[in-house]
Design a protein. Structure first.
Ligand SMILES: [Zn+2]
Length: 136
């Protein structure tokens, strides 16, 4: 399926209005409101639009920013799922992160993260879907 060229109407049907505003129009959820902010379960974080694997719970940490934060994008099996785009929409220039598969807006990446990468992927809960690791 060609996820990149879906019309807005496709997403409007598939997503909640809040998800639509964030993932398709680049808006940001309010800090400390996201459902996945304090999620500490083991598993994978998928794109809220197309369910591509984006982040591993092993790389999630508490950044204090109010949004789910990861120090690395991708997992062992999916190592390059995120696209980077320079965003000059605020006073400072930031780097926007998007799902490479469908173009959904995820959040931003900053260079003040912890070791080993020094990166902070700051992601909207509403751009993500959590898939808990099967307990066997
Ligand atoms: Zn996606």
């Amino acid at each position: 399926m060609d996820w990149r060229n879906k019309p807005k109407s496709f997403w409007a049907e598939r997503l909640t209005p809040e998800q639509f505003r964030i993932m398709r129009e680049g808006s940001t959820e309010r800090a400390f409101t996201g459902a996945l902010l304090n999620n500490k379960d083991t598993g994978q974080y998928l794109c809220g639009s197309c369910e591509t694997v984006l982040f591993d719970s092993k790389t999630k940490y508490d950044s204090g920013s109010g949004w789910p934060s990861f120090y690395k994008a991708g997992t062992e099996d999916h190592n390059d799922p995120v696209e980077y785009k320079k965003d000059d929409s605020l006073f400072e220039s930031r780097v926007e992160i998007l799902c490479k598969n469908c173009g959904a807006h995820l959040g931003h990446v900053f260079a003040d993260g912890p070791k080993p990468t020094g990166q902070r992927y700051c992601v909207n809960s509403l751009s993500l879907k959590f898939k808990k690791e099967d307990e066997e």
